[in-house]
Design a protein around this ligand. Sequence first.
Ligand code: SAM
Length: 362
Amino acid sequence: MPHLDRAELLALPEAASLPSREDVARLLAASGSDLETLYKAADEVRARYVGDVIHLRGIIEFSNHCRLSCNYCGIRSRNTKVQRYRLEPEQIVELAFRARVYGYPTVVLQSGEDPWYTVDRLCWIIEQIKADGPLAITLSCGERPAEEYRRFRAAGCDRYLMRFETCDRERFASLHPDDDLDRRMGCLEAIRDTGIQLGSGFLIGLPGADIDAIAADILFATGLRLEWIGCGPFVSHPDTPLAGEPLLEDREVYYKTIAVMRLLNPYAHIPATTAFDAIFSNGRNLVLQRGANVFMPNITPQTYRPGYLLYPNKPCVDEDGDQCAICTSGRVHALGRKIAEGPGHSLRPDYAQRQTGPAAAR
Ligand code: SAM
């Protein structure tokens, strides 16, 4: 295989067309010195397009109730071993105030698909948080009718995060007994239509997904022109139908995926997702050196954390928000980077043109 050429990699962000699936798969197969070339190029592109700062987005996992039974997920409704919890709306607002204290300019409110949080309740939460002062709000609570996304936007929601998980129709169907890819994609389109900044991504290394399939997911995600791209390793949970599924043989593929995502999406916000720390020691730090520019410290109170085990070995389960805040600033400084100031809205040049709603002025 010919060696990867640094100049060719650095030209990818400005290329007139996307590489072929074969070319992306070739990048994912990089090894030896090519691996270093790929990682260095991704880090260079990250520095050039989104800078040396790391954006902090505090995550509150506010409910682990879920109406769905995704086969990979530890909090799937059919997992009866999970002790379910819900935070009261007032408690969520209170925790968002903590985000400000910790110096996180964004709060990410994530849950299972829990209908107890009606659109009225969620809008109330968004409005209360916004009334208190500047804090960007990302919601991540699943599939909803289009009208609800419009209401979230009107209430002040800045971003919405929902992964497509895999773009392979058959694989999506086999993993989601109560969902389908068209519905998921319809929701992503509806979110985008509201003017909310769109975040999506996929699970790296799902059973049966070889590097060709991962290349397809990378190109699919890139085609969505996402404001934020969240991809993380699939980690098998023992209490799901995918118990015992192995990690990818070539563990570097997890990092290579992020590096290639950066080369093809130079302006996107790309988080170092938590699951990297579940399978690698120092995983999230390495991702931040291979293309990522966002870190998501956990603000969820410690007592609830064992209930939100989407996969085993989730980090920080025994810690609380204060400990995560201290650890986060240590990480950022150890990497020689700075914490970003301001809300960290989309940096994509085409985002401003697509803006239509009230959040544009904030
Ligand atoms: N309900 C919302 C949704 O579906 O978008 C947000 C919560 S959902 C639990 C958040 C993400 O967790 C999913 O998009 C999925 O990719 C990830 N996840 C679930 N199980 C996982 C596993 N076993 N390994 C890694 N990530 C997992």
